[in-house]
Design a protein around this ligand. Sequence first.
Ligand code: NDP
Ligand code: 8X3
Length: 257
Amino acid sequence: MNESNRLKGKWAVITGATSGIGKSAAKLFAEAGCNLILTGRREERLSDFAKELKSNFQVQCDTSVFDVRDRTACSDFVDSISHPVDILINNAGLAVGTDPVDAGDFDDWDRMIDTNVKGLLNITRLMTPSMKKHGSGHIINIGSIAGHEAYPGGVVYCATKHAVHAITQSMKKDLHGTNNRVSEVSPGLVETEFSNVRFKGDDNRADDVYKGMKPLTALDIAEIVQFIANRPDHVNIMDVVVFPVQQSSATMIDRNS
Ligand code: NDP
Ligand code: 8X3
């Protein structure tokens, strides 16, 4: 492959970099020489990971521990950034529960809406003015197949990811006429801590999600995020929907074939 590395020396913010897709993207971006500002709530994981990246790659790596639901903390974080940010990867997110609409837990619903929708909006609202001013920022939202289809047991998670899809489309139009780019990646099943979180630590239920099939890995998605971020300045990929080969819709999964 003959591909230029356009990430070297840039600065990227990745939310939710303590595990899964965010962590994998951070490693790939560091390998490409991109400086990082990583966020998440688990302080020790974040600082250990940042140390590892700095010692393995010639990059700067700052960290900030906060909850994207806390608007004041988001504002303090953005105020603390001392470099122009080239790339914002809005990755922090989660599903909690699979209850149907008539039995859903209001606290679970609040967690998903406040994190996946309002958290993403908090960070984006606070960071876009300076990205717009510098005229070269790229915002990459991690959506989901759940933002393209609604499935049973996903009433609120699907609603939040449909919101991420709509936010991506509106943002692109709001930034029309600037050189800012807006993209989305919409994966199907990716084996990360996602299902352990969704099933509140029930690892057997989490394992069952991927039983008899080969899911996507965090690296599979990180490579797509890197590809999107590494396009020339005039190329704006709007959305990439990506499934494991054994998945054909949110609910069509070929197991043990
Ligand atoms: P993980 O659970 O492995 O990672 C989620 C990340 O989000 C963690 O780093 C977590 O950090 C962070 N996070 C969660 N809540 C908050 C919060 N309130 N404030 C700050 N950070 C938070 O899951 P994935 O890597 O799979 O998920 C990443 C994104 O990908 C999510 O948006 C998810 O919806 C999406 N996605 C996942 C798919 C999958 O099948 N796995 C498929 C499609 C989309 P910490 O706990 O330290 O705060
Ligand atoms: C995660 C994938 O299918 O569980 O967004 O909604 S799915």
